[in-house]
Ligand binder design. Sequence first.
Ligand code: GDP
Length: 419
Amino acid sequence: MAAALLRFITCGSVDDGKSTLLGRLLYDAGMLADDQLEALRRDSTKRGGAALDFALVTDGLDAEREQGITIDVAWRYFHTARRSFIVGDCPGHEQYTRNMATGASQVDLAVVLVDARKGLLPQTRRHTYICALLGIRRIILAVNKMDLVGLDADVYASIVEPYRAMAATMGIESVDALPVVAPEGDNVGLRSTRMPWYQGPSLVELLESMDAEVAPPQHFRLPVQWVNRPDQHFRGYAGTVCGGRVAVGEEVLVQPGGQHARVERIVGSSFDLAEAFSGQAVTLCLDRELDISRGDVIAAAAQPAPVADQFGCHLVWFGDAPLLPNRSYLLRLGTATVNARITAIKHKVDVNTQAPLAARRLELNEVGYCNIDLDRPLAFESYADNRELGGFILVDRQSNATVACGMLDFALQRANNIH
Ligand code: GDP
């Protein structure tokens, strides 16, 4: 059986070689068309090099960024003989954390790059910590630029061992490491012959063999995207199922309101369905008229989601201005948008030690644990159970910029907030 589609992102600091590795990966997988290769040869020569500059493959993004087009993550599709992949290219040096967090919330694997000359940097720890917060449990550590440290096994070991120890404390379950020279392709598509002390698989082999099947969330949830009411005879609630399954005739609960109903019809893209599963975009018709609007969640009646108007959560802050308690932001969770205020920063996290530190504010790229107040209750879940209903973003009202992403942890909620 063919392995499942694998989605991953690459993480690293500026100049660690992310673009080069990605370009080389696409090249080794044979994904560059003749005209792209021709352009790559031409542009590499123009830059004065005899060798191909693989970073140019992904350069289109830089051009778009310069034109002021906002790109969170550019998803690129590629495949090998064994498997298909979608890799998230997270652009932007200043906004890198924001883009990485956006990408990380949609993947189950990250390739973390380290420049062998620099070793583990604070950014490496920060990126790994954010990956862990966003639910990534598997990491491939690519120690790049091995040619610049004499292809030395000891340098490699001096990076990999502490990285493994650090990642384990953050809840990362598996770290596969490998030494790489991205422009030359050592251990990218093929195993390197220049580093015989490394006997493991190449990056492509590792990616092909990675088990990344994530079980979809268990309980039925449909965040309502819009109410479809073309005439008085039809009223349907459209959205994408983000957990479990539902069948015609089953009892559901509309949250946060708490109204019960039965599913009368499930309308798919071209015909009616008997049941719908996680990931499917459908329209549900219920057996009675209810006041339902965008942002409500239709849930399995027997397994309702918790509902609250205040909760504690982890926040990754990427606003240019610091997070100040009591300022009002827009919070987007599932399909809901509500007004939110951070009432308290309980602590910020020292990403080097993961120790909680006292904090009056959160600065760019800092992670903290905060209490949030909403102007109305929402149905939510733990991020670990359901990323759609457990993760949210905060938007600054004036600039309209996304300033933070947040992850809820139900186990950490104060029980008296939940009704
Ligand atoms: P990014 O900012 O992480 O995307 O880094 P780039 O891919 O743009 O690479 C930064 C610079 O490092 C470029 O000049 C690359 O050619 C160079 N580079 C990348 N990987 C290697 C490597 O393995 N060895 C050497 N010698 N240079 C590399």
